[in-house]
Every structure is written in structure tokens, then in C-alpha cells.
Write a protein that binds this ligand. Structure first.
Ligand SMILES: *Cc1c(COP(=O)(O)O)cnc(C)c1O
Length: 427
């Protein structure tokens, strides 16, 4: 079935007991065993079934199937937030002494995890230039476990050439992990371009309504873990923490996503609430409709800002003068999603103050830190999401002091234009 149909139907059809048409919210912690033997068989993995909601839950399972179908993966794991998904995606294959190579243009939370928290726990993160796939290769050594990037960088809106980066990763026997939050699978399915693992902040466009935190990891099933026994020992040798299972033998193509569930998720517990799984499923039903309107609005506003005398530059890959414009045509059918950033013209104000004055003038756009809501949103990254970064780190992340980031919603375009125009009067 096609994308729009999967968005509404994948992962759930009326279940046989109650015939509920909407996906039921299985708000339960545990599941009854028919007998002591049944319980023992579940624990020995001899029979399929639910044991405890930290590990599996039917509402979360429905969401996982839907997200896997939309991304073109074989299976998915849902977790409490986008950050949990990124943490577990790395921890499933990397541990103290290992390293990963990541694009430096990242969501602020991911940058902090990679630049500080992982290194403090012994996992080194080496940064490379997302626009130069070859720059990743020079950092690879025998302890490298993955290459990581965002398909569209948040907040910069830069677009990554997934096929080029996948080729570098695969030629060194490494998986490519892609954070696909900003385009959503409606605009881009990284697995079709060679990515092995996809991660999501479902919190953003997938949920779409700014109500619910959630994350997911999607496994393409394509990476040959068993061909790299030395590098991916934890997937190829008996796991003492889980019945001595060898994941590549027991689960085949699903070795990675299986270990993600029974090691990082089971043992550290960042599970998704079934209620939140329901909320995200509701949002996904209208993802194609929302994304079309969001892209149309963002394209029109990027053009409007570019033509405005008080605006110095607009970064939106849908604009013909953007360096990634050709890639957007080739990889994403010409649609660049809903995030754009811009810099105000140099004035007597310093850049930070001009950005703040613009933000304070907005009446319809909400001042906050979030993206992917139906409502249009505005952020000043240098004073919020990227506040912890020092000037060198800011430069590496491509964030300037006066940069304003907009996340465009589904409102009427004339109202959005009028709000930006009157706020620019303030500057
Ligand atoms: C928001 C975001 C995250 C983190 O998601 P949470 O659900 O807030 O933890 C990760 N990556 C990107 C690109 C994001 O925009």
C-alpha cells in the first residue's frame, strides 16, 4: 500500500475481542500468565507474548509497526523520547572504548549527548562535516561502530546526501544511523538511500500537535552484522545478560533492533507510555496532509523573508540559491520540510539583541523551543537550545548569534506573513 494508506492503517486493524476501531490504549504494566508453565515459557522466549510494559506493550507495538512500515524498515522500537532513541541506537552497538563519527550540525540536545555525556561514559564521538562525506572516512578506526547524521539538520536546515554517506559507511563495514525527524518519512525515507538505522523524535512532525514526547528506532534489516563478528561482538557472541542468546543467530535480520529492546530498553527503562503511543498514532494519520501544507507555507515564507529589506539571509533548502537545493530536488522531491532560519541585516544593534527584538514582536508565532507543531513557532537558538555551546562550538554547529529559527505550521499563509512583517517593523 501507498504511504497515505499506511499512515492511517499500518500496525492496527480492529482487534478480535472488542472490535475497537481506534487503537486501544493498553494502559497496563503487566500481562497475566495462563499458568506457571506459560510464564516460564514466556521468559525462555519459547512462546511469543507480553510480559511487562517496559519491554513490550500492544499500543506501543502498533505504533512500532506503523513507523516501521512508513520508513520501510523490518521492525521498530518505540521509546520515551527522541533523545532516548538516539542514546539507545548508539548503546546497542557501542560501549566504553568505542567511538562513533557524527556530523557536527546537530540538534542541540544530541550535540550535548555526543560532545559531553557519551565521552564521559567512554564512548568517543568524532565530528565531521555533513556537507563533505569524505571527511567522515579520516576518523574511522577499528573501534568505530557507526556513522551518525541528521537527514535535515535542526536548526540549520542543511540537507545530508544519505546515499553518499551510506557508501562511505558501508565501504568501511559500518552502519549509517540517520535522525530523520525533520523531513519525516513522508518527505524522505533514508533506508531507500542506503541508511541502516533510522531514529526519530516522534515528538515533532510525526505526532504533529506539540502534545507528546516519543521516540523510535527503525531497523532496515539490511546491515550484515554477522559479517563483521569482530567489530560487532555484542551481536555475535552469547549475551550473559539475556539467556546467553547470540542475536545474529536467534533473530537474523532483526538482531540489532532485538538487542536494542532487551538490553538498553529493558535494562535502563526509557519505555514509551501506551497513552503517548496512541497520541502519536493519531498524529501520524494526518502526517501527509500536514506536511504538504507545512512545506507550501515554509516555501512561501522563505521567499517572503528573502525579499524583505531587513533580512540579510535566509537558510531554507527549498530556495533556489541554497547550496542543498539540488539535493532537495533529487532526494526529497523538491520539498524541504518546515524549518527555516534567517539572519537580520546588520544594524546598530548587536546581532543577539536584534534577534531578541524580533522575537518579542511576534504575535501569532509562539516563542518556544520546539519544532513540528501545527502551530508556527519561533526560537532564538543562541540563547536557548544552543546556549550551552561556546563560540567555537556554535560555529561548528553553524549557529550564529543573531539567527532566528522558524518552524512553520499549517495556519493560513496570509496571517503568517502579516505576523512576520509586523515583527520585522520592530527591528
Ligand atoms: C527534538 C529533536 C530530538 C530530541 O527529541 P525529544 O523527543 O525532544 O527527546 C532529536 N533530534 C531532532 C532532530 C530533534 O528535532
Amino acid at each position: 500500500m501507498k504511504f497515505e494508506t499506511l499512515a492511517v492503517h499500518a500496525g492496527y486493524s480492529p482487534e478480535p475481542t472488542t472490535k475497537s476501531v481506534a487503537t486501544p490504549i493498553y494502559q497496563t504494566v503487566a500481562y497475566a500468565f495462563d499458568s506457571a508453565q506459560h510464564g516460564a515459557d514466556l521468559f525462555d522466549l519459547k512462546v511469543p507474548g507480553n510480559i511487562y510494559t517496559r519491554i513490550t506493550n500492544p499500543s506501543c507495538d502498533a505504533l512500532e509497526q506503523r513507523v516501521a512500515a512508513l520508513e520501510g524498515g523490518i521492525a521498530a522500537l518505540s521509546v520515551a523520547s527522541g533523545m532516548t532513541a538516539i542514546t539507545y541506537a548508539i548503546q546497542t552497538i557501542a560501549e566504553a572504548g568505542d567511538n562513533i563519527i557524527s556530523a557536527s550540525t546537530l540538534y542541540g540536545g544530541t550535540y550535548n549527548l555526543f560532545a559531553h555525556t557519551f565521552p564521559q561514559q567512554g564512548i568517543e564521538v568524532r565530528f565531521a562535516d555533513a556537507r563533505d562525506p569524505a571527511s567522515f572516512a579520516q576518523h574511522i578506526d577499528e573501534r568505530t561502530k557507526a556513522i551518525f547524521c541528521e537527514s535535515i539538520g535542526n536548526p540549520l536546515g542543511n540537507v545530508t546526501d544519505i546515499a553518499a554517506l551510506a557508501e562511505i559507511a558501508h565501504s568501511h563495514g559500518l552502519p549509517l544511523i540517520v535522525d530523520n525527524t525533520v523531513p519525516s518519512p513522508y518527505l524522505l525515507r533514508p533506508i531507500e538511500h542506503g541508511a541502516d538505522i533510522v531514529v526519530h523524535a516522534l515528538t515533532k512532525y510525526m505526532g504533529g500537535h506539540g502534545t507528546t514526547l516519543a521516540g523510535a528506532i527503525i531497523d532496515s534489516g539490511n546491515f550484515p552484522w554477522a559479517e563483521h563478528k569482530e567489530r560487532f561482538k555484542r551481536l555475535n557472541e552469547p549475551d550473559v545478560s539475556y539467556h546467553g542468546v547470540v542475536y545474529t543467530e536467534a533473530l537474523g535480520k532483526a538482531a540489532y533492533i532485538g538487542r536494542a529492546r532487551v538490553v538498553p530498553l529493558r535494562n535502563t527503562g526509557g519505555a514509551l507510555s501506551p497513552f503517548n503511543a496512541f497520541q502519536i498514532m493519531q498524529g501520524i494519520e494526518t502526517l501527509p496532509l500536514r506536511m504538504d501544507r507545512i512545506c507550501e507555507n515554509a516555501q512561501a515564507l522563505a521567499q517572503f523573508l528573502q525579499d524583505h529589506p531587513k533580512v540579510e539571509s535566509v537558510q531554507y533548502a527549498g530556495l533556489p540559491n541554497h547550496p542543498d537545493h539540488e539535493l532537495v530536488q533529487r532526494q526529497m522531491n523538491g520539498k524541504a520540510s518546515g524549518i527555516l532560519s534567517f539572519n537580520l541585516k546588520e544594524t546598530s544593534d548587536d546581532a543577539r539583541a536584534a534577534g531578541a527584538r524580533f522575537l518579542d514582536g511576534l504575535k501569532l508565532f509562539t516563542r518556544l523551543v520546539n519544532i513540528g507543531d501545527n502551530k508556527s513557532l519561533a526560537t532564538h537558538p543562541a540563547s536557548t537550545t544552543h546556549r550551552q555551546l561556546n563560540p567555537e562550538e556554535l560555529a561548528l554547529a553553524g549557529v550564529s548569534e543573531g539567527m532566528v529559527r522558524l518552524s512553520i505550521g499549517i495556519e493560513n499563509i496570509e496571517d503568517l506573513k502579516a505576523d512576520l512583517a509586523q515583527a520585522l517593523e520592530n527591528v
